[in-house]
Design a protein around this ligand. Structure first.
Ligand code: AMP
Ligand code: GLY
Length: 423
C-alpha cells in the first residue's frame, strides 16, 4: 500500500521511520517532509491547504492511507475532504479536531459529560475577563481560545499578571479567552487511539514544556520527553480512561462528530485524581518520538484499523519493555525568534552511539543540513531504566555538532529523582 504522511517535524520523522519499516508499506510519500524524513519517504511538494490537489495526488498515486501529523490541517478540515473522496485517513475531521482547536469547546464537552477538569469561565471581551478574575484564587490560568502552539497560556501568580495576559489576548481582534482554576499536581500525557467508538490505549509520556533547566522560563512546544510516564500508574490510567477519555469519545459520537485518530489527553494528576488540562487531536511532539521508539508492533495495521473503523477487531499494541527518552536540540533564540541557517554536523556520529536522531526544523543546504526552525533535532534513545535512557540520549546529543543550538541537560529529572529514591 502507498501511504501519504503530512507534516515536516520531528513527530513526522518518527512516524515516517515506523511507517516505512512496515512490510505493508510500498511507497511512503511525505508532504512536505524534511531531510530526515527523506531517508524513509519520497518528498512531495504538495500544498496540503489545497484539498482538491491533495485528493488528486492520492488518486494518481494509489494512496491507501493518509496520516495527518500536525493539528493545523486537521482543524482546516483536510480529513473531511479526504474522507469525502473515499480515502482512509488517520486524523479527525474538523468538527472533532475542535477538541484541540477550541478550549471553550472542550470545556463545554467536559461540562456536559461530567469530565473532571479545572473550573473555568469562557469570556468574549476584556471587561468580562477582568470582571471574572475575582472569582478565582491565585495563581489563575488565562488561555487564548484557539491554536497557539503551546504559547497561549499564562499561569498568573498575581492579579496584575492575569490582567496583563487578558489585555494581550484581547489586543488582537476577535480574541476569546478561557480563565480557569490552577490545578496542582504533576502533569502526564496519555495517548489513546480511537476510531470513534473503540479505544486502544497507546502509551504515556511526560514532557518538559519550559525552555530552561529546572523547568524554568517560557513555555515551548516541548524540550524533551520520556515514555512511559510511571507517575501515571495503571490505576490512574484506568481512571483517566473511564472518567475522561471514554466519556469524551462517547460524547463526540453522540453529537454526530465522532473523533477518529489519536486523542492526546494532557492530564494533571491532582490529589482528587486525574483531571483534564487539555486535549490534542494528534500525537505530541516530541512525545511521538519516544512512543515510536518503544512501539514494537507494526504501525500501519494499527493506523489503518483506526482509519477504517475496525479498531475493535484489533489486538493491543506491543511495546518494548524499556524507557525511551528524547532531548530536543533547539536553535538559539527559541522560543522567541530562532537563529536560522546554523550548520549541523555529526548526525551519523550520534546514531553510531545507538541513539536515533529525528529531524524537526532542518533544511538541506549546499554544504549539508542546516537549522530551519525552533526545534531542530530530537535525539532519542532507549534504556532499561530512565537513567540509562537519559545517558544514552545525551551520548547522542554530545556527538552532534550544532554550534548555534542548545538543549536542556536535565531531561527526565523528575522521573530520575523518583527512580533514585526507590534505590
Ligand atoms: P495547555 O495549552 O492548556 O496545555 O496549557 C499549557 C500548560 O500550561 C500546561 O501543560 C500546564 O503546564 C499549564 N496549565 C494549563 N492549564 C493549567 C491549569 N488549569 N492548572 C495548572 N497548570 C495549567
Ligand atoms: N509536546 C507538546 C505537544 O505536542 O503539544
Amino acid at each position: 500500500m502507498n501511504i501519504l504522511l503530512i507534516g515536516s517535524g520531528g513527530r513526522e520523522h518518527a512516524l515516517a521511520w515506523k511507517l516505512a519499516m512496515s512490510p505493508l508499506c510500498d511507497t511512503l510519500f511525505a508532504a512536505p517532509g524534511n531531510p530526515g524524513i527523506a531517508e524513509h519517504a519520497t518528498l512531495v511538494g504538495l500544498d496540503v491547504r489545497d484539498h482538491a490537489a491533495t485528493v488528486a495526488f492520492c488518486a494518481t498515486n494509489a494512496v491507501g492511507l493518509v496520516v495527518i501529523g500536525p493539528e493545523a490541517p486537521l482543524v482546516d478540515g483536510l480529513g473531511d475532504s479526504l474522507r469525502a473522496a473515499g480515502l482512509a485517513v488517520f486524523g479527525p475531521n474538523a468538527a472533532a479536531a475542535q477538541l484541540e482547536g477550541s478550549k471553550a469547546f472542550t470545556k463545554a464537552v467536559c461540562d456536559a459529560a461530567h469530565i473532571p477538569t479545572a473550573r473555568y469561565v469562557h469570556v468574549k471581551t476584556l471587561d468580562e475577563g477582568l470582571a471574572s478574575l475575582g472569582g478565582f484564587l491565585l495563581p489563575v490560568v488565562v488561555k487564548a481560545d484557539g491554536l497557539a502552539a503551546g504559547k497561549g497560556v499564562t499561569v498568573a501568580a498575581t492579579l496584575g499578571e492575569a490582567e496583563a495576559a487578558l489585555g494581550d489576548l484581547f489586543a488582537e481582534a476577535g480574541g476569546e479567552a478561557v480563565i480557569e482554576e490552577f490545578l496542582d499536581g504533576e502533569e502526564a500525557s496519555l495517548f489513546v487511539l480511537t476510531d470513534g467508538t473503540a479505544i486502544l490505549p497507546f502509551g504515556s509520556a511526560q514532557d518538559h514544556k519550559r525552555v530552561g533547566e529546572g523547568d524554568s522560563g517560557p513555555n515551548t512546544g516541548g524540550m524533551g520527553a520520556y515514555s512511559p510516564a510511571r507517575v501515571l500508574t495503571p490505576e490512574l490510567e484506568a481512571r483517566a480512561l473511564d472518567e475522561i477519555v471514554r466519556p469524551t469519545v462517547a460524547a463526540m459520537a453522540a453529537a454526530g462528530t465522532p473523533f477518529s485518530g489519536v486523542l492526546y489527553a494532557g492530564l494533571m494528576l491532582t490529589a482528587d485524581g486525574p483531571k483534564l488540562i487539555e486535549y490534542n487531536a494528534r500525537f505530541g511532539d516530541p512525545e511521538c518520538q519516544v512512543l515510536m521508539a518503544r512501539l514494537e508492533s507494526d504501525l500501519v495495521p494499527i493506523l489503518l484499523a483506526v482509519a477504517q473503523g475496525t479498531l475493535a477487531d484489533h489486538g493491543v499494541a506491543q511495546w518494548r519493555d524499556a524507557v525511551a527518552l528524547t532531548v530536543v536540540l533547539a536553535a538559539n533564540g527559541y522560543p522567541g525568534t530562532p537563529e536560522a541557517g546554523g550548520a549541523i554536523h555529526g548526525i551519523a556520529d550520534a546514531e553510531a552511539t545507538g541513539a536515533r536522531v529525528f529531524q524537526a526544523g532542518t533544511r538541506q543546504a549546499d554544504g549539508g543540513i542546516v537549522a530551519s526552525g525552533g526545534r531542530v533535532l530530537a535525539v532519542t534513545a532507549l534504556g532499561d531504566t530512565i537513567g540509562a535512557a537519559r545517558d544514552a540520549a545525551y551520548r547522542g546529543v554530545d556527538a552532534v555538532d550544532f554550534p548555534t543550538g542548545f538543549c536542556r541537560r536535565d531531561i527526565g529529572w523528575r522521573e530520575i529523582a523518583r527512580a533514585d529514591n526507590k534505590g
